[in-house]
Design a binder for this molecule. Structure first.
Ligand code: NAG
Length: 318
């Protein structure tokens, strides 16, 4: 009995390694095919200890309460607000208060734990929106009826924009869509990007794949991938570090690591250093902004991520 089981398990692993790729990324649970079941996750938590999920590092903001919602509109040139729309009831929308004089890329956001709380990362998302972005987060304000988001929830965000529903907010550039998320939301971002050419950037915050036997899925990613990791105290750090070298040959990738543990600096005013790094990366990628590119890549540039104490690695950018 036991040996039959291992032969079957080996056969399954073999076919996975030969490239038995699911057509879609949705999978069976929150986070999709790149994700981890809650049962397996509780095993990880038992093994690693809860500090890898809730601990802090030398760069963690002091006194920033998780889930806090600032009343200020972000530091960018287009003061932002958050709101809901009856045509997208499972989400919160972040956008400049008045239509900005620039085309707005779209960022679809998945929360930590794939939580259905669209204001759970409000400070960080307001900051991104204030630079002229349409950001749409999974979940109604404050969590509503709870539960976890599905891959389709993140897809719904940008499909809502593609259908023209955001036209009243400004000139939306649906050729520039990023899938982004923290922790389980990062798995969701991977799974949404998978086999979907509409997604042009994949951004993972404090996450990578947990299971070695799923890493073959990385071969199918087509959009540049960026990792923002919290260093050795972050449960997502070893996963992101393992994924980065396994991305498809030639695919542009970026990895920035700051000693914050798993929770980044999202609840500092304007999302703190995590907010600044996300904006610099997006402005470089989606607007070709030279100053933002230098902040990301050139340690000697004023206000560089390296001067903020991020360890930065990248590959395949021209
Ligand atoms: C950044 O790199 C330095 C030098 O390798 C290392 O000592 C430090 O732990 C790294 N920081 C993080 C947060 O990983």
């Amino acid at each position: 009995m036991k040996s039959t089981f291992s032969i079957l398990a080996l056969a399954a692993l073999g076919s996975a390694q030969k490239g038995n790729f699911p057509a879609k990324g949705d999978g069976d649970f929150a986070g999709g095919i790149f994700g981890i079941s809650l049962t397996d996750l509780s095993g990880v938590m038992m093994k690693s200890g809860m500090d890898k999920f809730f601990g802090t590092g030398s760069e963690s903001p002091k006194g920033a309460k998780q889930g806090t919602i600032q009343s200020t509109p972000g530091s960018g040139p287009y003061p932002a607000k958050w709101f809901t729309d009856p045509s997208l009831p499972r989400h919160v929308i972040y956008a400049p208060k008045t239509p900005p004089p620039v085309k707005m890329p779209v960022v679809a956001w998945g929360n930590g734990a794939c939580g259905m709380d669209g204001t759970g990362f409000a400070n960080f998302l307001l900051e991104i929106a204030s630079h002229g972005y349409l950001v749409i987060a999974d979940g109604p304000p404050g969590g509503g009826s709870g539960g976890q988001s599905k891959v389709q929830d993140m897809r719904d965000s940008f499909e809502w924009a593609i259908k023209g529903n955001a036209a009243k907010l400004g000139d939306i550039d649906t050729s520039k869509i990023a899938a982004a998320g923290q922790s389980c939301g990062g798995h969701e971002a991977y799974s949404v990007s998978y086999h979907d050419p509409r997604v042009k950037l994949t951004m993972l915050f404090n996450m990578g794949i947990y299971q070695d036997n799923k890493r073959y899925l990385l071969q199918e990613l087509k959009a540049p991938v960026a990792y923002f990791l919290g260093g050795p105290k972050d449960t997502g750090y070893p996963n992101g570090e393992k994924d980065y070298p396994l991305l498809p040959k030639g695919l542009p990738a970026f990895k920035a690591v700051l000693d914050t543990g798993h929770l980044g600096t999202y609840w500092a005013t304007n999302g703190g250093k995590s907010g600044k790094a996300a904006v610099a990366y997006l402005e470089w990628q989606f607007r070709g902004d030279a100053k933002s590119k230098a902040i990301c890549l050139d340690p000697a540039s004023p206000g560089s991520l390296v001067s903020d104490h991020w360890n930065v690695t990248y590959k395949n950018w021209t």
